[in-house]
Write a protein that binds this ligand. Structure first.
Ligand code: GAR
Length: 202
């Protein structure tokens, strides 16, 4: 029986997809952390009866926010921190504190197009293959060891919106399953990161 904390800043479609995937299993989302008051993810959390921790990076420093989060996460005793559209960079201190326990999804085939414009930059690139990357978080930006990548072919003439829809669809299909698998593989679900790289889930 495992639990996770999901960190999100926006619409929360991945958050909801993960919550739905864990319904009826022995695993659950213990809490949602959100840094934006107006984010739609709040509505989803309310509907799903998942507690929300709101943090403000405007009134507090990154270190102050993270200090509070460490206390909350330690108290909740979650197994993983799942970043799902969380648009803040975590400090090296925080990442080290939860080393191997923070997972992120990125809407591009890393190492290409890290940052906040993964879909737009994939679309603008003209690359034949686009896709998603699910990875452990390290101290860099979108640089951690890859758990899973899924790619799709570009459709000639496809609009940015249409491609974004297909990428989100990939995310909602694979991220919940990866989270479920990580929770299922406990307590041996923290192989060394090198080992994880060799044994990518497919
Ligand atoms: C997702 O596409 C996710 O991959 C992306 O933010 C979106 C959040 O959507 N994350 C990043 O770009 C991280 N660099 P959601 O709020 O509907 O889940």
């Amino acid at each position: 029986m495992g639990s996770i904390a999901v960190f999100a800043s926006g619409g929360g479609s991945n958050f909801e997809a993960i919550a739905r995937r864990l319904e009826g299993t022995q695993h659950s989302i213990a809490l949602l952390v959100c840094d934006r008051k107006a984010a739609y993810v709040h509505e989803r959390a309310k509907a799903l009866h998942i507690p929300v921790v709101s943090v403000s990076y405007v009134r507090n420093t990154r270190e102050e926010v993270e200090h509070r989060l460490i206390e909350i996460i330690d108290t909740a005793g979650v197994d993983f921190i799942v970043l799902a559209g969380f648009m803040r960079l975590l400090t090296p201190l925080f990442v080290e504190r939860f080393s191997g326990k923070i997972v992120n999804i990125h809407p591009a085939l890393l190492p290409k197009y890290p940052g906040t414009r993964g879909i737009e930059e994939s679309w603008e690139s003209g690359d034949e293959k686009v896709g998603i990357t699910i990875h452990y978080v390290d101290k860099g930006m979108d640089t951690g060891p890859v758990i899973l990548q899924k790619e799709i072919n570009r459709i000639p003439g496809e609009s940015l919106e249409a491609m974004a829809d297909r990428i989100h669809c990939l995310e909602h299909t694979w991220y919940p399953d990866v989270i479920f698998e990580l929770l299922e593989r406990q307590p041996e679900n923290f192989p060394s990161q090198a080992q994880t790289r060799r044994e990518k889930m497919t």
